[in-house]
Design a protein around this ligand. Structure first.
Ligand code: ATP
Ligand code: ATP
Ligand code: MG
Ligand code: MG
Ligand code: MG
Ligand code: MG
Length: 293
């Protein structure tokens, strides 16, 4: 940008740097996806291709931004956890949010033809909004993901029962709403099982639990040591076999040179994988302590 007498307008741009040493969560959500899902004949209550496309777009965000270490998606939304000590764009809020929203949106459009049946042509450009929230403590971050995971469960149980009443039970949408008004989880499970023979707990985990994106620790450590990637290393991330031993069976015996130390893993490298796991329990975090380190 050359200097000119107009340059003073730049002074109106305000700093919007986020707090240092704070977890950042970016949540994006599709605008008007109720209509978008109708316009593109999404299966009800869950269109698997549409969920897979969301997961692919989320992976694209991971490819672009190494500091994104956890993703969680359901329906038309995705949340992204950014490392506490990230210095991405000097932690400028608008830069971070717009980059992630735009990265996700363009990937959603770019990969559409790969995930949708050929007759399902994109009818109009989809839009996503985004926001960023700062969390000072690990317990708040865990609770954030618990909140989204519980939301996934509640919505999916409701939608599954609602659409069973409509599509299999012949109720109108108004009637189905009435049937479900005031019911608790147990009632919905019972309606599904007694009226429609559906055992809720056997439905696909992708629908019940949502999608969790992480980088595989085993892949990352193996890469560091030039060990070929093994298929599907996640979720055996707890204690990977010491790669020095795999690379050199003599490792541990009398050696002249000191072997390279395994660098502490920080969650920013390795193969990007999509899991469908329980985000309410602590296990997910306990097995991957580097995510909140
Ligand atoms: P940053 O990520 O920091 O924005 P950048 O590579 O996008 O980096 P910019 O200062 O935004 O850099 O400049 C955009 C560059 O893109 C231009 O310098 C030019 O090289 C190229 N570019 C953009 N539009 C055109 C165009 N229509 N024709 C030719 N080159 C273009
Ligand atoms: P807003 O612009 O306020 O976000 P919205 O119409 O996008 O409004 P949401 O609350 O975000 O409303 O809900 C998204 C809606 O998109 C769901 O209620 C559902 O109808 C639809 N939807 C999203 N993903 C799928 C999917 N994979 N399968 C079926 N329907 C879906
Ligand atoms: Mg919204
Ligand atoms: Mg929406
Ligand atoms: Mg939504
Ligand atoms: Mg540019």
């Amino acid at each position: 940008m050359a200097n000119s007498r107009f340059k003073y307008v730049r002074n109106f741009e305000l700093a919007d740097n986020l707090l240092p040493s704070t977890y950042l969560v970016v949540r994006i959500d599709g605008k008007g996806f109720h209509r978008f899902s109708d316009a593109h004949s999404f299966a009800k209550p869950n269109d698997k291709a549409a969920l897979d496309l969301m997961d692919r777009a989320a992976k694209r965000v991971f490819e672009e931004v190494p500091d994104v270490v956890v993703g969680f998606g359901e329906s038309d939304e995705y949340s992204f956890l950014i490392r506490k000590d990230s210095s991405l764009f000097s932690r400028r809020e608008s830069k971070i949010v717009t980059l992630i929203v735009s990265c996700f949106t363009s990937a959603y459009v770019f990969y559409w033809p790969q995930y949708m049946p050929p007759e399902r042509i994109l009818q109009y450009p989809p839009i996503f909004d985004g926001r960023i929230v700062q969390y000072p403590s690990t317990s708040q971050v865990k609770d954030y993901f618990r909140w989204r995971a519980v939301d996934t469960h509640i919505n999916n149980l409701y939608n599954t029962t609602f659409w069973a009443l409509v599509l299999q039970g012949g109720q109108t949408t108004t009637e189905a709403n009435q049937t479900l008004s005031g019911t608790v989880s147990g009632d919905k499970n019972e309606i599904l099982f007694k009226k429609f023979g559906i055992n809720y707990s056997t439905l696909p985990e992708q629908f019940r639990r949502g999608s969790t994106v992480v980088r595989s620790a085993v892949e990352a450590v193996n890469e560091t040591f030039g060990i070929p990637a093994t298929a599907n290393a996640e979720p055996s991330v707890t204690e990977p076999e010491d790669p020095r031993k795999i690379a050199n069976p003599l490792f541990g015996h009398k050696q002249k040179k000191k072997p390279r130390a395994i660098p502490p893993y920080d969650g920013t490298t390795g193969e990007i994988v999509v899991l469908h796991v329980d985000m309410v329990k602590d296990d997910f975090w306990d097995q991957r302590p580097w995510l909140l380190a």
